[in-house]
Design a protein around this ligand. Structure first.
Ligand SMILES: *[C@@H]1O[C@H](CO)[C@@H](O)[C@H](O)[C@H]1NC(C)=O
Ligand SMILES: *[C@@H]1O[C@H](CO)[C@@H](O)[C@H](O)[C@H]1NC(C)=O
Ligand SMILES: *[C@@H]1O[C@H](CO)[C@@H](O)[C@H](O)[C@H]1NC(C)=O
Ligand SMILES: *[C@@H]1O[C@H](CO)[C@@H](O)[C@H](O)[C@H]1NC(C)=O
Ligand SMILES: *[C@@H]1O[C@H](CO)[C@@H](O)[C@H](O)[C@H]1NC(C)=O
Ligand SMILES: *[C@@H]1O[C@H](CO)[C@@H](O)[C@H](O)[C@H]1NC(C)=O
Ligand SMILES: *[C@@H]1O[C@H](CO)[C@@H](O)[C@H](O)[C@H]1NC(C)=O
Length: 499
């Protein structure tokens, strides 16, 4: 009886498993994986690099930091070799502004320039397409000191001069540029909550030295948008005809689900979408902030002049999304206390229920939610999923059997395929992260990597996890029906017996 049942189960799994493979995606769909400069390079004080606000923030708090990280600065050739073995068609990485231009503006550091030229050269000769992020949280500290960094409009000119160097020096080999990484998280973490660089806030009970959570997040977001628009304009004017690339902008996206079917909760979901996503996507698509946001934030929300609105509108050739999970939203009935300053979160006025790790993995619906929403609300713009992945505590990973991660990636890539088949103009997908990195909120405790990095080993040895083998099989497989749940179990068995 048991064996009959299990045969039936296997049969159901086989027909039920959503087997798919890489060839089910459009021919030019970009598959890759991602890293970022501060989280991978290390060599923080070498060859002329100067600190960014991220170095300063972590050092001031005595936290884990990226001083050494994966030492990618010295190990880049070895890592490109791992990418080749994995069969990675594309790599997303970022440029450290203060390595290339240590003071934020002015002289270019020849050693920094050489490093990025060498790295990009290695990728290109191995047929790996570089997707470059220009700003990934790491503003040169000197610009923060001089005029308050992103809080000042002076940043627009300096950012534009920096990207001009990047386009000029690397643009023959780089066709995909992402100006700003996770603009909303940078803004909320750095200027509302104060828990990431530059660590500013004015929330009661938080230990920020200075800041203003009711105004700065909006000012910084405004300047990020204007700086992006200026970079994009420069690219169109000076480089696009010759280099033929495209310039996008990225946000951390979240799937939102109402906690009840009440009208209040439905409105709360829309408000959450407006504040967390529409905040920057609507100016890029329509040239202005969402109406609801303007109504709630009032005079604290900067206003686009007509000219700025025209410049920002249409300035993103694609939207980059970093998509990990969904949350349950309910209307926040508490009215903000009038004697206390408002902040970004009291402006949104919703309660978000964040998920435990197991629910996080189950929030597959969030990928579809976000892709469908962007398609319908914004007229189906081109999308690159610049990050997707799942964290695991590093001590559980010693045996490298990250089956949970394989199941997560398999399910999420399947959800992307469904969205593409339903008309979403999604053009690429990058696993976060290629290897274990220094992580923004968890240091070295949790990691997302497909390769394990032994951070206690002086050589920082890298070893493939199950997920690296799995992704590699996916990337190299042609029209073999791709692994459903049976295949994952088999892969795991094969992996254990080989290691
Ligand atoms: C934040 O800025 C606003 C507008 O300038 C001001 O009214 C408010 O008092 C400031 N809040 C703090 C905590 O400094
Ligand atoms: C969204 O929440 C509702 C309850 O309001 C629940 O019934 C539904 O299953 C949830 N949807 C998803 C996709 O989680
Ligand atoms: C497919 O797209 C259509 C049109 O945008 C939409 O109405 C529908 O809900 C989508 N289906 C799924 C399963 O997401
Ligand atoms: C990491 O490296 C240290 C030092 O070389 C070694 O003792 C340890 O066994 C390694 N850990 C793993 C999980 O490989
Ligand atoms: C997939 O197809 C390509 C080109 O047709 C071929 O070079 C490669 O060997 C194939 N890979 C596998 C795993 O069959
Ligand atoms: C792979 O797909 C192509 C096109 O659909 C088909 O012609 C070919 O026979 C397939 N090869 C295998 C080994 O299934
Ligand atoms: C596992 O190994 C067997 C025997 O080598 C092989 O036939 C099978 O394709 C492998 N499965 C996976 C999912 O790699």
């Amino acid at each position: 009886m048991d064996s009959v049942l299990s045969l039936i189960t296997i049969f159901l799994l086989l027909i039920g498993s959503s087997g798919f493979n890489k060839n089910d995606f459009p021919k030019d769909f970009a598959f890759g994986s991602a890293i970022s400069a501060y989280q991978w390079e290390g060599a923080a004080n070498e060859d002329g690099r100067k600190p960014s606000i991220w170095d300063t923030f972590l050092h001031s708090r005595n936290q884990d930091n990226g001083d050494t990280a994966c030492d990618g600065y010295h190990k880049y050739k070895e890592d490109v070799q791992l990418m080749v073995e994995t069969g990675l068609p594309a790599l997303r990485f970022s440029i450290s502004w203060s390595r290339l231009i240590p003071n934020g503006r002015g002289l270019v550091n020849p050693k920094g320039l050489q490093f990025y030229n060498n790295f990009i050269h290695q990728l290109v000769i191995h047929g790996i397409e570089p997707h470059v992020t220009l700003f990934h949280y790491d503003l040169p500290q000197s610009l923060e000191d001089e005029y308050g960094g992103w809080r000042s409009r002076r940043i627009i000119k300096d950012f534009t001069a920096y990207v001009d160097v990047c386009f000029r020096e690397f643009g023959n080999n780089v066709k995909f540029w992402n100006t700003i990484n996770e603009a909303n998280v940078f803004t909320i973490g750095g200027y509302n909550d104060g828990n990431s660089a530059p660590g500013r806030c004015s929330l009661p009970g938080k230990s920020c030295l200075s800041g203003n959570s009711s105004t700065e997040p909006y000012i910084v977001a405004h300047n990020l948008l204007l700086a992006h628009a200026s970079a994009s304009r420069l690219y169109k004017k000076k480089y696009k005809d010759i280099q033929g690339g495209s310039v996008g902008f990225s946000m951390f996206t979240i799937g939102f689900n109402a906690s009840t079917s009440s009208k209040d909760d439905e409105l709360a979901v829309q408000r959450a979408r407006d504040f967390y996503m529409g905040w920057m996507f609507e100016p890029l698509i329509f040239g202005d902030y969402p109406e609801e946001m303007k109504r709630i934030v009032g005079s604290r929300l900067p206003v686009f002049t007509e000219e700025e609105s025209e410049q920002v509108k249409g300035s993103a050739d694609f939207l980059g999304i970093n998509q990990y999970f969904g949350v349950v939203v309910s209307n926040n009935k508490l009215k903000p206390c009038p004697s206390r300053n408002t902040d970004f979160k009291s402006d949104v006025g919703v309660s978000l229920t964040f998920l435990s790790l197991s629910e996080y993995d189950a929030s597959l619906w969030a990928m579809k939610d976000v892709l469908e929403y962007i398609k319908q609300r914004y007229g189906n713009p081109p999308i690159y999923i610049l990050e997707n992945g799942t964290p695991m505590k590093r001590d559980l990973q010693l045996q490298l059997k990250d089956t949970k991660r394989v199941e997560y990636l398999n399910a999420y890539i399947g959800a992307v395929l469904k969205a593409v088949r339903n008309g979403s103009d999604t053009r690429g997908y990058f696993v976060w992260s290629f290897m274990d990195l220094f992580e923004i909120l968890s240091g070295y405790e949790f990691s997302f990597g497909m390769y394990y990095v032994n951070f206690s080993d002086p050589h920082l040895k890298r070893s493939p996890k199950l997920s690296a083998q799995w992704y590699s099989a996916f990337l190299k497989g042609n029209n073999t029906t791709f692994l459903g749940s049976q295949g994952i179990t088999q892969l795991q068995t094969n992996f254990s017996s080989s290691s």
